[in-house]
Design a protein around this ligand. Structure first.
Ligand SMILES: *Cc1c(COP(=O)(O)O)cnc(C)c1O
Length: 396
């Protein structure tokens, strides 16, 4: 397939395009079907063309798409009420993407610092993290490939290894300019990396934050909206973050980002200090409300837990004697299969097996299907994936 040279060449694309989708399936022009284990990069929460989502969005289109934040927006109020009720946080700022949700979090942390007399605030971020590709979020990101060529980076970030409490404690003793910790509960782009003990890690980070008057800011852009079997991954722990960012799966494909905050931020923010033209528009917020409603009415958190455990268990069984398979790790339907070698080509060869998958950080197969995946579909996924990996290893 020829690449279209009128589109700026920022993506390495697979040699395929699709005509339509239904549930976890995508169809090409020839009518071949592919199980969508990429889900638009953990975006298509309720699968393709979900009837309730489509009907709800059509109803919204009949009213209006966009009105502006000069006026009250009922759909925005509905979604912020749902999100605050489901998290116990106090208020939501809406934007259009993950990086924008994170950009807002970074701005809020700086504002919080200045309101406490810290003139040069610093935020602790992690190695191998991914927070987006705007200047602030790529500066926060722990991946040189994302940053290279775009220097000078934004100042004000201190990097520590992921899942390493001692480094954070050391900084707490030495550095009086720190104002926040910004961390993904599970690193997505960094290779589906889980802390050894998620509850313990988050509890301890929260403790350190409370002792030092720092904000705990969680980037749940990828882990949120039921992906891990809870609405947000932090809900596996006993803590609440001060700031929580959400995007990807929130609109089931309609672009939306959300920065949830507690009263540490609501107490200091004033009109005019942040904004977005499209942020929280009626169409996007309807998509968010519909997504949350469908998650609830179809019990998708439970389904993500059950299907995720089943897929991971069966993959471990099928792949257990293969030295090249170093690890199968997961929480809910966020699944990573780490190989001992680069396996980016599996995205292309997967298509031949009727699978759309992604490979992140070079050697980790990432499986993030829609949360609606059923037993037959997860059987298909496991069977094809097993075959794909065995063929790949055998050919080396
Ligand atoms: C995808 C992602 C982002 C960036 O989201 P965009 O919508 O692409 O800007 C930020 N953080 C995490 C953890 C992500 O997975």
């Amino acid at each position: 397939m020829e690449s279209n040279t009128s589109i700026l060449n920022t993506y390495g694309r697979l040699p395929i395009s699709f005509e339509k989708g239904s549930g976890v399936w995508l169809f090409d022009k020839q009518g071949n079907r592919y199980l969508d284990a990429l889900a638009g990069v953990a975006v298509n929460t309720v699968g393709h063309t979900h009837p309730v989502l489509i009907e709800g969005l059509k109803n919204q289109l009949d009213c209006f798409i966009h009105v502006s934040n000069y006026v009250n927006i009922k759909e925005q109020e509905n979604l912020s009420s749902k999100l605050t009720a489901l998290t116990g946080l106090d208020a939501v700022f809406f934007s259009n993407s993950g990086c924008e949700a994170n950009e807002a979090a970074i701005k809020f942390a700086r504002l919080y610092a200045h309101s406490h007399g810290i003139q040069s605030p610093e935020i602790i971020v992690m190695e191998q993290s991914f927070h987006g590709r705007t200047m602030a979020t790529l500066s926060a990101t722990g991946n040189r490939k994302v940053q290279a060529g775009f220097e000078p980076l934004l100042k004000g970030f201190i990097r520590v290894p992921f899942d390493d409490l001692d480094s954070v404690k050391k900084i707490a003793e030495q550095n009086k300019n720190v104002v926040a910790i910004f961390v993904e509960p599970i690193q997505g782009e960094g290779g589906v990396r889980l802390p050894e003990n998620l509850n313990l890690y988050l509890n301890e980070l929260k403790n350190i934050c409370e002792q030092n008057n720092w904000l705990l800011m969680l980037d749940e852009v990828q882990t949120g909206i039921g992906r891990t079997g809870k609405l947000y991954a932090y809900q596996y722990s006993d803590i609440k973050p001060d700031v929580l960012t959400s995007a990807k799966g929130l609109g089931s494909g309609v672009p939306i980002g959300a920065t949830l905050v507690n009263n540490k931020i609501t107490n200091i923010i004033k009109p005019g200090q942040h904004g977005s033209t499209f942020g929280g528009n009626p169409l996007a917020c309807s998509a968010g409300c519909l997504t949350l409603d469908i998650i609830q009415s179809e019990n998708l958190l439970l389904n993500a837990t059950i299907q995720g455990a089943k897929i991971a268990h069966e993959l471990r069984t099928n792949l257990k004697n293969l030295i090249a398979v170093q690890d199968v790790r997961h929480l809910g339907l966020m699944i990573g299969i780490e190989l001992n070698q680069n396996c980016t080509e599996l995205m292309t060869t997967g298509l031949k097996h009727g699978l759309l998958i992604s490979v992140t950080s070079g050697n980790v197969i990432r499986i993030v299907p829609p949360l609606v995946i059923n037993d037959n579909e997860s059987d298909f996924l496991v069977a094809k994936l097993t075959l794909l990996i065995k063929e790949f290893i055998g050919s080396k």
